[in-house]
Design a protein around this ligand. Structure first.
Ligand SMILES: Nc1ncnc2c1ncn2[C@@H]1O[C@H](COP(=O)(O)OP(=O)(O)O)[C@@H](O)[C@H]1O
Ligand SMILES: [Mg+2]
Length: 232
């Protein structure tokens, strides 16, 4: 997959993205590209448009202007149903507060995307258990989110995002509500498992220590991606 210039086509790219929330401009022509298996940090001050950018790239929200291309197809032009399907098979999402389902145990939260993809309950629980182990959540399989620490809950949310083997995981300030030790454990687990599985990660953070887990960092300011600083 190379273009005429010989550079590899990105797995996911947003070009000239414009999005307003009512009359508030959130993105004003942002462009960004994510390579297969790449861990890319997106940093920038609060209100700079990071979450909006993630929502557009993940196909949760459509842009007002600009394009989102994923694996060679225009994501922003896909009909709703195909978009939903593609998001289920190819994308995983983690937010600041994991948004686990409070009534389900840890193992059933992680198994849910597998059930939605047609796995049996036994198979879903088995594979969910493996992923919980990979994220160092052992012995807590049958606990509900309210019984977990913040760091444990985020690792369960990461296991849920990765359990289907997605091409891209979108993480919006996944350590934003954690103390620094729990944040480090979450990031170590995310970076290790993503690299093992070859999963690309779009990692939003305003913590430099978290961004340090990424291969590359881009900065947003006032709805625009800043040009990369040229190495001195
Ligand atoms: N649902 C919304 N309704 C109205 N304004 C919003 C909404 N979401 C975001 N905004 C505004 O859009 C801008 C960018 O927000 P956001 O993408 O959440 O930035 P960040 O994640 O960097 O903090 C901000 O000015 C914010 O107030
Ligand atoms: Mg945000």
């Amino acid at each position: 997959m190379t273009d005429d210039g010989g550079s590899p086509a990105p797995l996911l790219a947003g070009r000239g993205l414009v999005k307003a929330h009512g009359r508030t401009p959130a993105l004003r022509g942002a462009s960004i590209a994510l390579g297969a298996g790449e861990i890319l940090a997106v940093t920038g001050p609060s209100g700079s448009g990071k979450s909006t950018l993630l929502h557009l790239l993940a196909g949760i929200v459509r842009p007002d202007e600009g394009s989102v291309t994923y694996a060679g197809q225009r994501l922003d032009r896909l009909p709703e149903q195909r978009l939903t399907e593609l998001r289920r098979t190819d994308f995983g999402v983690v937010f600041q507060f994991g948004q686990l389902i409070p009534e389900l145990t840890a193992v059933d939260n992680v198994g849910l995307p597998l059930l939605l993809a047609g796995a049996s309950r036994a198979e879903a629980r088995r594979r969910a258990g493996e992923w919980l182990e990979r994220f160092g959540v052992r012995g807590q399989e049958e606990l509900r989110p309210g019984e977990l620490s913040g760091g444990q809950a985020q690792r369960v949310a990461l296991a849920r995002a990765l359990v289907t083997g997605p091409e891209v995981v979108f993480a919006d300030e996944p350590t934003g509500a954690l103390d620094s030790l729990a944040g480090e454990q979450v990031m170590t687990a995310l970076a290790r498992t993503a690299r093992e599985a070859g999963t690309a990660v779009l990692l939003i953070t305003h913590d430099a220590q978290v961004a340090a887990y990424a291969d590359r960092e881009v900065r947003l300011s006032d709805g625009l991606v800043l040009p990369a600083e040229v190495a001195a």
